[in-house]
Design a protein around this ligand. Structure first.
Ligand SMILES: [Zn+2]
Length: 429
């Protein structure tokens, strides 16, 4: 049944008692995904205000762990900065447990794994790009302390709060977005751990560097067809596979480590849609062999979960070259709907992206994987939310997760009621 994301600041500022009646407006809601650690993001993103928040119009995430566990004691080599004072930060996980929301819905704490404000041995665990630049605030899946840290933290959260299902997000290498747009983020990682593993796995680092340097040169000269072609060369394909194996190994190590202590605990996966997942290190086939449920976000308005526009604008200097960059992008990621960049900027991808991406997820995932299709619930009119929910229910996904409570205008909460039935009717016609 359907789920919805609720941010830490929603619960702390509004209080679960004030939020509960709003959630009750949504039919079929059974799961509430509660944020445990925030990311560097404007809430809501990129514009708008938190309509029902009595204290703040906008909240800027600071990459902190907002749970009542002693992060630096649990993992003294590497830890996430905690909310400075528990009283100020508030304990959303505790607040929600003893509230009407905790009584009525299954609470699924939502953890961002590789992106945040890290302390300790950050140099040994951070992501390094092709040019040797540290990608700020990102941990490398091959960092030696990353999995042990999360196993310890999740163990402590299970013991402290008793929740048995978790959604793990940001299980990947960095994308090009964030506070500043940088396509070079994608060309990582060359940290000491990754370089060591490349040797172990027979991947020639010099050859990889040469191929990626050529790719960068092609992008710089706006030879976008050559960029697409570079991704199909054997050396780049092997490097892409290396990145995917790195993420899979991280997830498997965390899942195995947590389950060794708590066999009842399930970790679900928060993925990028399959159009983009491969380039960020996410291999659906391998990851769904580890976890029974996943969520991905085939946002149609925002380019399928990705900030496509910022990338295209960064790649092309003129309107003409941006059109060419967009066409190459659409081909590389299999999202070619015959749109010009101008039309995409005005209206995003067509809503059929939702069905297409969910069909792809079903095809790539292990049999029996439970698939949640993320539905954008902010910065759009109510009828469009309804249509997106209908498209999701009519697709190969099993259910929907709305993103998110705090960002949504009040008129959007419950605007998708009846979508499941409408989708069933459409299917039977
Ligand atoms: Zn690395």
């Amino acid at each position: 049944m359907a789920g919805i994301h609720v941010h830490h600041h929603d619960l702390v500022d509004e209080g679960p008692e004030a939020i509960a009646p709003w959630l009750e407006r949504i039919d079929d809601l059974t799961e509430v995904f509660v944020q445990v650690n925030d990311i560097y993001e404007r809430n809501p993103s990129p514009v708008g205000v938190l309509e029902r928040n009595p204290r703040r119009d906008v909240v800027l995430g600071q990459g902190r762990l907002l749970a009542d566990v002693p992060a630096s004691d649990l993992s003294p080599r590497l830890w996430q900065e905690c909310g400075s004072e528990t009283s100020e930060a508030g304990d959303a996980l505790a607040l929600v447990a003893s509230s009407p929301i905790g009584e009525r819905y299954r609470i699924v704490p939502w953890l961002n794994i590789a992106n945040g404000q890290w302390e300790g041995a950050v140099d040994e665990n951070g992501v390094v790009d092709l040019n040797g630049r540290v990608v700020p605030r990102w941990l490398c899946p091959n960092g030696p302390d990353v999995a042990p840290m999360w196993i310890a933290v999740i163990d402590a959260i299970v013991r402290r709060y008793g929740y048995t299902t978790y959604l793990i997000d940001r299980i990947r290498f960095p994308d090009w977005g964030g506070e500043t747009v940088d396509p070079m983020n994608l060309l990582s990682c060359f940290c000491a751990s990754c370089r060591g593993r490349m040797v172990e796995e027979g991947l020639d680092e010099a050859e990889v560097r040469a191929a990626l340097t050529e790719l960068v040169e092609a992008a710089r000269e706006e030879r976008f067809d050559d960029v697409v072609a570079a991704f199909a060369t054997p050396v780049v394909e092997r490097w892409i596979a290396f990145r995917q194996q790195s993420v899979t190994r991280l997830v498997r190590t965390i899942v195995d480590g947590v389950r060794a202590q708590h066999p009842e605990v399930e970790l679900w996966l928060d993925m990028w849609p399959p159009a983009y997942s491969w380039i960020l290190g996410q291999d659906y086939r391998a990851l769904t062999a580890i976890s029974p449920k996943l969520k991905h976000f085939p946002y149609h308005r925002l380019g399928g979960g990705a900030d496509v526009q910022s990338l295209i604008d960064a790649l092309g200097a003129t309107p003409e070259s941006r059109e060419r960059a967009f066409r190459a992008f659409a081909r590389l990621f299999g999202v070619d709907y015959g749109l010009s960049y101008e039309r995409f900027r005005a209206g995003g991808f067509p809503i059929s992206l939702v069905a297409d991406q969910n069909a792809r997820v079903r095809e790539l995932s292990a049999p029996g994987t439970y698939i949640y299709s993320g539905v954008q619930m902010w910065n759009l009119p109510p009828e469009e939310l309804f249509e997106a929910a209908v498209a999701s229910y009519a697709s190969d996904a099993d259910d929907v997760i709305y993103y998110c409570y705090g960002w949504a205008a009040s008129e959007l909460i419950g605007a998708s009621n009846g979508a499941r039935e409408a989708a069933a009717e459409r299917k039977s016609c």
